[in-house]
Write a protein that binds this ligand. Sequence first.
Ligand code: ASP
Length: 463
Amino acid sequence: MGTTGRDRQFRLVKRIGLIDALAMSPNPLRWQLHWQILLSLTLAVLCALLLLPNSGDGFPVIFLEFCGQVGQLFMSALKMVIVPLVAASIIAGVMQLGADKGAGRMGGKTLLYYTLSGTCAVIIGLIVVNLIGPGRIDPEAAAAMLGQGGATAAEQGILDKVEGRDSRDLVGILLRLFPDNIFAAATSNGSLLGIITFSLLFGLCIGQLPPALRTAQENFWESTQQVMLQLTSWIIRFAPIGVFGLVTPVLYNAPIGQLFGAILAFFFTVVLALALHTFVVLALALKGLGRVPAMAHYKAMAPVLLTAFSTSSSSATLPLTMDTVEKRAGVSAKTCAFTLPLGATVNMDGTALYECVVVLFIAQLYAATGQPPLEISQQLAVVFLALTTSIGVAGIPAASLVAIAIILPAVGLPIEALGVVWVADRILDMCRTAVNVFSDTVGAVVIARSEGEVLYKGNKEAA
Ligand code: ASP
């Protein structure tokens, strides 16, 4: 930053205070956001795996407590903007569509993309888990894992999460489209769907108003959307600090030492399948359907991927996703508003893939102990259930465990076996959430292209 720039910033600091100036300064480190987040992730790894285990007794507890608070603050700030940002963006985007009757067309294309990408993801999961066979181990080892994991790890908390849940939680998605109380829906964590429906209808109705009334509504919602985007971009500036706070305790507490044998093979099966989906299927979609260079898109979406990875929450990442897809990929605000909130709620490629791999892994373990393996028809049932339940999974950490707890008994496996994957779940949640969100961004690009939008043009940030 030149002298003039520094002077200007100094005057700013004096006038509005340090925090505001930091938030408003163009870039305190002069690095692109994804480099800042990568640096903070590296520091988190160093801290959690090297520094803290070798520091004095009391220090890690206090430090991790502090990190937890910082991470929580960042998550809360992101969540704070979700409802107003989503509502204002959808209403502002759809009121224009309402006028030119494009909503149905765009909705149809969006749902088609979600169905196709989700189906590809689950099929990749099915093929990879069958080829690698992480659960095909010797009978004693399998029995020990099922006995041990089923009892102890389940007690640790997995069953707490799925207790009292049944298929109505996920399959009741149609009911959740129309919440009986819009304010209750806005305040309940993870139920964005009702807000999306309400905002879509609200925006469509504005498109039907007589011109004088419509102008008033358009001005209001457009300016509200701008305010929310500005607020979001301020919060995003703090992502590197928030990510450090979120990731350090997770890595420090992750039972990495317990990742061996079949669990390690399972871990790599999931990671490989997620990577194939992200770097083959979604790259082909970007090139073939979106006609944008896949590398440019990975690079442009890096802050989104890293934040999704750190927060394990598609919903909490949504404000950043909307900001980044619009500013870096050049997708119009209208298309972002239409595709991304819906994507964060119903398009979960990574989750669907994960559900399929977990169920088949557990089935392989049971087969290793001498029980009948899953037949092809049962495996196809798993594919179908993984796809449909992933739609109903909320974009919050560990949400897919509930879906898996519904699929397991449907194919004759006990819910308690879910405890087997517990040690690997937290880190895999980070990975699958990044894939969930990345697929949403690819969807936005594909739909934007099909609507004739110009992408990645004159865009300095993505270059
Ligand atoms: N954490 C995931 C998400 O927010 C959902 C899950 O698979 O548990 O997208």
